[in-house]
Design a protein around this ligand. Sequence first.
Ligand SMILES: Cc1ncc(COP(=O)(O)O)c(C=O)c1O
Length: 405
Amino acid sequence: MVPAQRVTRLPPYMFGQINAALYEKRRAGADVIDLGMGNPSDPPVDLVIDKLAEAARDPRNHGYSNSSGILNLRREVTSKYFKRFGVRLDPDTEVMVCLGSKEGFSHMCLALMGPGDTAIVPAPSFPVHVYAVALASGNVISLEVADEEKFLSNIAYTCQHLYPRPKLLILNYPHNPTAATVEQAFYDEVVRLARRYGFMVISDFAYADVAFDGYRPPSFLASPRAAEVGVEFTTMSKGYNMAGWRVGYCAGNAEMIRALGTIKGYYDYGMFQAIQIAAIVALRHTEASVEAQAQLYQQRRDVLCGGLRRIGWQVAPPKAGMFVWAPVPEPWATKMSTMNFAMKLLEEGDVAVSPGSGFGPAGEGYVRLALVENENRLRQAVRQIGRTLSGSAEQTALVDSERQD
Ligand SMILES: Cc1ncc(COP(=O)(O)O)c(C=O)c1O
């Protein structure tokens, strides 16, 4: 059987090697601490699970649903945007429910992009940001996000020099994997550029609910006239611990949302209604739990970053998101690839991390550690990493002092 070229042209999954080794280790009985994937390990609050069970018992909720999502859920999203960001949206035309934001994002790329169209994508990249464009037959230009001023000026430069001009700009703050964040003024400038050069914007706001030390990630849609040029995706996967439920939202530009709705109308019959009803309850009643969950991630961040620094690995604590983006320390940075360094931590230390190269060439030299294990497991991970890296006497001493904490 010969699959389509759009399938065969996709590169091998970069995390495949790590995942296969992780699986083998676990099968052999090793207790691997998995900081690889950003898969929340805590459950949603009971109230939400109870509502799901109750709604699942109602025979009216088992048929096909509306592929845009039920109106009351879209209203709830509208009200969250207004309360939190002061953004006014029309639930009929400017909000759509998606089967997780990844599904919505991918289908939005399919709705907007075609052969000859170009999208600007942040680098390093959450893989779907690149491959959803590629699967839609579009071209990708990757621009580094590390320095936001440079990112903005590179966007302007690309628009001035590329013909035809880029059609789409993809943004993702708080950024996965680097944890880069921005303030509202950044989005103000993006809207100005989008209006000037005529590109559309998709903001992937997956980590809207996970921020630390009082930082409040701004919404792209809160910038004046943002909804004239783009949309924003949010999700219940991260802050609400509902990753397996597959609940996400697209909000903003009505024309873009209509195009997404057209594609979705062909591809799916909407989300299980019981889940949508439970999602309404989650959005309406569990704000305090979402904040408590962010606090938990903050504590884990402190444990992991503090521990790594004590064993001599200098990492910058993130202001938001679920990840620590850590430069591979010397001497390993010059001795081996990021993939081999990640394999070393797994093989010798029983700790799984994501190699930065899995996020494209701009990620080489870094590994990403997800804050998805509890504090004790994170302390244990630091000890195991320390033992693995303790080639020098100095590092061994540091590891020993960490052991006494
Ligand atoms: C930047 C980013 N966008 C989107 C997603 C996917 O979210 P969802 O579960 O809503 O599809 C993730 C998940 O890891 C992510 O990191």
